[in-house]
Ligand binder design. Structure first.
Ligand code: MN
Length: 245
């Protein structure tokens, strides 16, 4: 690991520690909300969290070009739109990101704010769901839970891949905790399982902008490579450890 990357990793883990011990994060965890902790407490105007790795770190599975557009244009675009919308909505501008997502999810007049806020959250969670030299099988309690709840490792891979492949149009596939069981689910557009009280452990972005430059129409190849080479099971295990039994 380069010195810059080491320093970045140190900064992120220190920030995670500080946030995790803060009362707001404890309250959020008690409410079953997990993930993306470094944006959970921030208020508008929101800032773009740094990528947890260099933009070429996931090559060849995800090219630096895809990462540059995806993070620098798409994720930043959602964030900029959200801040613009909140500048005209002072009643919502005091909410943290997760609270904002839950509040606007049930208000049809706030769909633009919901879409941009949820996409900011989802992308932050997606970057953390990947790492260089990731992929393959997890170990320990996470693997045991996956094998117990899906009936084995191969059935998990099949179900998660199917959720990601069959999401019609834009959206996301997730490994979530639902009613005490791990499940593979999909959501459309900006929708996110945190509004359904299903804590996510991992997500894959299946919007075309996530893979089209590298895989064109071959979404299945992207999903397969993602599971084999970049999925971050350490992050998933960390999320699972925060979910109350
Ligand atoms: Mn995306």
């Amino acid at each position: 690991m380069s010195r810059a990357m080491s320093e970045l990793a140190g900064t992120i883990s220190r920030r995670r520690f500080l946030v995790r011990t803060a009362s707001a994060a404890v309250a959020a965890a008690a409410a079953g909300v997990i993930g993306a902790p470094h944006v959970a407490r921030a208020k508008a105007p929101f800032t773009l969290p740094p990528l947890p790795y260099a933009d070429d770190a996931l090559q060849p599975t995800i090219s630096a070009t895809t990462m540059g557009f995806h993070y620098g244009k798409h994720h930043k675009g959602y964030l900029d739109n959200l801040n613009k919308l909140l500048a005209d909505t002072p009643d919502l501008a005091e909410l943290g990101l997760e609270e904002l997502i839950k509040t606007t999810a049930v208000n049809p007049n706030r769909v633009a704010i919901f879409n941009n806020a949820a996409q900011v959250w989802n992308h932050t969670f997606y970057w953390q769901s990947m790492r260089p030299k990731g992929g393959g099988k997890p170990s320990g309690p996470l693997l045991q839970r996956i094998e117990a709840d899906f009936g084995g490792w191969d059935p998990f891979v099949a179900e998660f891949s199917k959720a990601a492949l069959t999401q019609f149009g834009s959206g996301w596939a997730w490994l979530v905790v639902d009613g005490g069981k791990l499940k593979a689910v999909k959501t459309s557009n900006a929708d996110t399982p945190i509004v359904q009280g299903k804590p996510p452990l991992i997500t894959i972005d299946v919007w075309e902008h996530a893979y089209y430059l590298d895989y064109q129409n071959r979404r299945g190849d992207y999903i397969k490579a993602w599971l084999e080479t970049v999925v971050n099971w350490d992050f998933a295990a960390e999320q699972l450890s925060r979910v109350k039994a």
